[in-house]
Write a protein that binds this ligand. Sequence first.
Ligand code: GDP
Length: 366
Amino acid sequence: MNKETRCFGCGAIIQSDNEKHIGYVPKSAMNQEDVLCKRCFRLKNYHQLQETSLTKDDFLKILQGIGEKDCLVVYIIDLFDFNGSMIQGFMRHIAYNDVLILANKRDILPKSVKERKIEHWVRRQLKEEGIKPLDVFITSGKKNLNLDTIYEAIQAHRKGRDVYVVGVTNVGKSTFINALLKHYAQIEERHLITVSEFPGTTLDLIEIPLDDHSTLYDTPGIINESQMTHMIDTLDIKSILPQSELRPMIFQLESNQTLYFSGLGRIDFTQGDPSSFVAYFSKNIKIHRTKTINADELYNRHKTLKYEIDGMDTIQKMKSYEFKVPSGKQDIVISGLGFITINSKGVRVIVKVPPHVSVFMRESLI
Ligand code: GDP
């Protein structure tokens, strides 16, 4: 099959190299006459939208195009990884559009944390990023949380305009859209695969009619390379992303102690009075406490500590970030992996992670 075969659903060039890229078809299905890419196939047969991703350049083109339109932008962010869900260039291109923020995966935060508290926290974080949304909604695509309210808000704010849903990969964009589709399942099959050429690009967006009057455009996700999820094998991603409520693991640490997170990262408590470190990670991440003096050796010796990360065979290949943590409650976030809430009178810590993975300090969320 030559390279230029196109999906008869969305028109993307058919390929079987990258499952997350547009136009993917498994090799076994390549020889059929009318090829539907996996995304269109699933949409048509299971009413399920599968996420695809694009290169940064293509994504910026889409963002630019959206910025030039009079439309409503629905921007999905991940409560588990707020910073990791920030789209670079978002402000530059989308600053004048109307934006609704959906803060997704509420179900993984402890139930005891009130929705209003989460919402206020999100609003403060957005303000720091210079993003001024029309409104912020807390949701969980997995649990159908606040879907009616969100749907009504989209209807109210779109004012007859198109709606574009944007987000980085793994924020739960497809899970959310699938939940919407299921919730409002009056979609007729003939309408399901509709494709719109995006001006100025060769990229096609999937159109999802929500009812007779409103169309929602799903844009491909952009890969945020500073997230841990992009360092590890696709098969492992499901296990490092928390699927259910985070259970806090509480450690009273003294200085010169270290916590390892399944060998995907570690935090060294280098200076300060004994303090509380509360770790919020997926249940599949094993947390080991050790003396810092033994920590390098533990990593290099213990194969079981590690997920497969290319080239991360010794701890020396990890990158270090030092933080002077002010007194009170602060979170240290390892993008896409988890966060540690430190409650102290002021301490110093060093965080070690694979290169490219971002580490942040922020106002405590919980
Ligand atoms: P996309 O790349 O933005 O389309 O993200 P996906 O919808 O593929 O979801 C990425 C990962 O996050 C998957 O492991 C999902 O199971 C998980 N996920 C998505 N939405 C939710 C949610 O509301 N809560 C929880 N706990 N996990 C979610």
